[in-house]
Design a binder for this molecule. Structure first.
Ligand code: NAD
Length: 273
């Protein structure tokens, strides 16, 4: 059946965690532009999340959006978020497990609290959301009218799943673990037609890394790490996430899509090594 452009996710529902800022916000808007219904998850910025949900709904494409509060590191809150999504839209088809944070410290000064917080949100949060998504997909069965897949999960990883990061050991460890979580799920649930992939952003202009782009000097230094010579925009991740959620990528599972302007090509080696 022919579908007009930007309607690839029609009648599908997508949960985007940590969607009140940065990458999550642009992923939520991009999903809405492709006609998905969107759950704009937020931790504490209710007003902004509701504005984003309103923006998606008022685009008057096919889908609508609602803002839903949940701390992704809390099991009961994640389950309540999925229940709200199902009550509103009937089911969930797509999860973008995006919420994440940094608590940076030299390793010898890193507290257990800093370590635990990052693991709780960046890893356990993605476990809890992905588990709820898999349960929903398996419980509902195929929807051949909307997708070849039973469901799609997109984990938000980072180039730091492969690039070590001094003074960010907790963050790098959490993203390194996402690879094995994602690949194990892809292996386990491929036979049931659940597709599980990751996006590994490079340096994207969001609040999480403002010190890396907030001054012209910092931005110049940052660009040395990026062969494509520009910082990434959240919309660069939004379009990649939508594509991974559509049937255009139906044969892709268990893969990390690096969206990094070539950062993982180690540009320092163009003049050294
Ligand atoms: P951001 O700080 O703008 O967004 C992170 C979001 O996660 C925020 O909205 C925050 O409220 C939310 N969040 C934090 N803890 C939460 C919790 N317990 N429950 C629910 N939501 C919670 O930063 P961003 O750059 O948009 O980051 C989004 C994701 O992208 C993160 O997983 C991050 O690790 C990843 N990432 C970002 C970059 C980058 O350069 N910006 C690079 C690689 C990976």
């Amino acid at each position: 059946m022919y579908q007009k452009p930007n309607s690839r996710l029609i009648n599908q529902t997508c949960i985007v965690t940590g969607a009140s800022s940065g990458i999550g916000k642009e992923v939520a808007i991009a999903m809405g532009k492709d006609c998905a219904n969107v759950i704009v998850n937020y931790l504490d910025d209710k007003e902004t999340a509701e504005e984003i949900a309103h923006e998606i709904t008022s685009m008057k494409y096919h889908g609508t959006a609602i803002a839903v509060q949940a701390d992704v590191s809390k099991e009961d809150q994640v389950q309540a978020m999925f229940k709200t999504a199902k009550d509103k839209y009937g089911t969930v088809d797509i999860l973008v497990a995006n919420a994440g944070l940094q608590q940076d410290a030299a390793f010898h000064e890193m507290t257990l609290k800093q370590w635990q917080k990052v693991i709780d949100v960046n890893l356990t949060g993605q476990f809890l959301c992905a588990r709820e998504a898999v349960r929903e997909f398996l419980g509902r069965g195929m929807r051949p009218d909307v997708s070849h897949a039973l469901g799609k999960i997109i984990h938000m990883s980072s180039v730091h799943q492969i690039i070590p990061w001094a003074k960010h050991a907790n963050y790098a460890a959490s993203k390194g673990a996402i690879v094995m979580l994602m690949e194990s799920l892809a292996q386990e649930y491929g036979p049931q037609k659940i597709r599980v992939n990751s996006i590994a952003p490079g340096a994207i202009k969001t609040p999480i890394n403002k010190e890396a782009w907030g001054t012209p000097e910092a931005l110049k230094e940052l660009n040395k790490l990026i062969p494509y010579n520009r910082i990434g925009q959240p919309s660069d991740i939004g379009s990649a996430a939508v594509w991974l959620a559509t049937d255009e990528s139906d044969y892709i599972t268990g893969t990390t899509l690096f969206v990094d302007g070539g950062m993982t090509c180690y540009p320092g080696f163009t003049v050294n090594g």
